[in-house]
Design a protein around this ligand. Structure first.
Ligand code: NDP
Ligand code: VHF
Length: 420
């Protein structure tokens, strides 16, 4: 396959289809979403079989358990994809919403209308449910989508793509409204991010390698969905029973997700009373611990390894946790803003002033008080689903749902007014 030619064709087709998706009314888009869900449910066995091919190869290639976890489809996760699409159909359609209308002294009436972005290119990890979520959200927001999932999920994604295409056809929408790339060649990513004539925005969901390439080469506006090096800071004024529960959840509820805690920071005033019990929980669950000298001394367990400078900058996406004792809120905030990835960070505290300072001064897309970083998620935030978690500051920040996939244009209503 000539990748350049192929991508030109994909881009042109997406641009054409985006006119139909922008025009489609809620009923037509919802009908497509419901038909996609029906096809996914009907083809559950096929999807699981395609996924098994991916899993067999991934196991042979030694993919880490947390990565296998997010690659895996089973009857429950397939049902979850279908349910997600049905929930999207039930969401209010943002396209065409008009608000902020007011009259100007000239007599014109001025307001804003919500409109699709156009063609959205999404590059994402080997997590097949993202294919259904991204297809559904882009369509509901009136966009055409070009999807490039992780190569380990290739067969799963092609099987899901067939269900998506069936749903589009059932509602009379063009098949090219959602195109899942039929190649794992990374040259296709290079082409996708350099076609401003066909693609309006790129969403790269992934780690540092992807982002280095996108930052160096993209000629299309980008909404970065980057790595999650997330922290929890247990303050001197924390309820330590609460801290134990929240920190356990933030690390161990799911190891491979971007909102999982990677570094635990503990105020020196409570470190002796908190860390031995907390570390016992982690060690019991098989989490490898890497601590600063104070942590190691307080815990007194040889299984706590020495943390290096590199650990503070690492997103493990695995059962590994770095732990550092800090001398107060300032040092905790400095650590997070220096080593974090501006994704999601939390403080556990009963001190109102410290909570407010943390919220204002930590430069991340979600900042939390007394809650697990695992909540940073479009569904948990009430957006219905998510394209991912934007670590960018412009256009959309944090979990991105339908609104983040649209923009607003000005609307002027007159009765023949002219400018004097
Ligand atoms: N903020 C968010 O919403 C999310 C962030 N993430 C982050 O993603 C990372 C984990 O996923 P992981 O699978 O390791 O991510 P990767 O960055 O390795 O892969 C993600 C996607 O990017 C592609 N890719 C990676 N490097 C390049 C390149 N140089 N050129 C072209 N394409 C490239 C991959 O393709 P290929 O298959 O060919 O490798 C894959 O499709 C973590 O850092 C996690 O936090 C994950 C999900 C959501
Ligand atoms: N927001 C989602 C996680 C998104 C995400 O992290 O994706 P991934 O890194 O592929 O597991 C959740 O909370 O489950």
């Amino acid at each position: 396959m000539d990748i350049k030619e192929y991508m030109q064709a994909v881009g042109q087709a997406a641009r054409r289809a985006s006119r139909a998706t922008a025009r489609a009314d809620s009923r037509q888009k919802n009908a497509a979403l419901m038909a996609m869900a029906d096809a996914i449910e009907r083809d559950a066995d096929k999807l699981v079989a395609a996924n098994r091919r991916d899993l067999e190869q991934a196991v042979a290639e030694g993919l880490a358990p947390a990565m296998l976890d997010r690659l895996t489809l089973n009857p429950q996760t397939v049902a979850g994809m279908a349910e997600g699409l049905r929930q999207m159909a039930a969401l209010p359609d943002p396209v065409g919403e008009m608000d902020d209308f007011s009259y100007r002294p000239s007599g014109i009436q001025l307001g804003k209308m919500r409109v699709p972005l156009g063609v959205i290119g999404i590059i994402y990890e080997a997590r097949p449910n993202v294919t259904a979520d991204a297809a559904g959200l882009c369509l509901k927001a009136g966009n055409a989508a070009i999807l490039r999932g992780g190569s380990e999920a290739f067969h799963s994604n092609q099987a899901i793509a067939a269900c998506v295409a069936e749903g589009l056809a059932a509602a009379g929408l063009p098949a090219d409204a959602v195109q899942v790339l039929a190649t794992t060649d990374r040259a296709a990513v290079g082409a996708l991010i350099t076609m401003p004539e066909y693609v309006d925005v790129i969403v790269p969901r992934g780690g540092k390698g992807l982002i280095a390439r996108v930052s160096a080469e993209a000629r299309v506006p980008v909404i970065k969905h980057l790595d999650g090096n997330c922290h929890t800071f247990v303050d001197a004024h924390a309820d330590l029973t609460m801290a134990l529960k929240v920190c356990d959840n933030a690390k161990t509820q799911r190891y491979g997700t971007c909102n999982t805690m990677e570094t635990l920071l503990v105020h020196e005033a409570v470190a002796a009373g908190f860390l031995p019990a907390m570390c016992a929980v982690y060690l019991e669950k098989g989490v490898e611990l890497r601590g600063c000298p104070t942590t190691r001394e307080l815990v007194g367990d040889a299984r706590v390894r020495v943390a290096t400078e590199e650990d503070w900058d690492t997103e493990y996406a695995a059962p590994i946790l770095a732990i550092r004792v800090v001398d107060g809120l300032d040092e905790a905030i400095d650590h997070i803003n220096t080593h974090g990835s501006h994704h999601t960070d939390a403080i556990i505290t009963g001190d109102y002033a410290n909570a407010r300072r943390f919220l204002r001064e930590v430069d991340s897309s979600s900042v939390m008080v007394n809650a697990s970083s695992r909540f940073a998620d479009g569904f948990e935030y009430g957006l219905g689903a998510e394209i991912g978690i934007s670590t960018d500051k412009i256009h959309a920040r944090g979990p991105v749902g339908l609104e983040g996939l649209t923009s607003q244009k000005w609307v002027v209503l007159g009765d023949g007014q002219v400018r004097g």
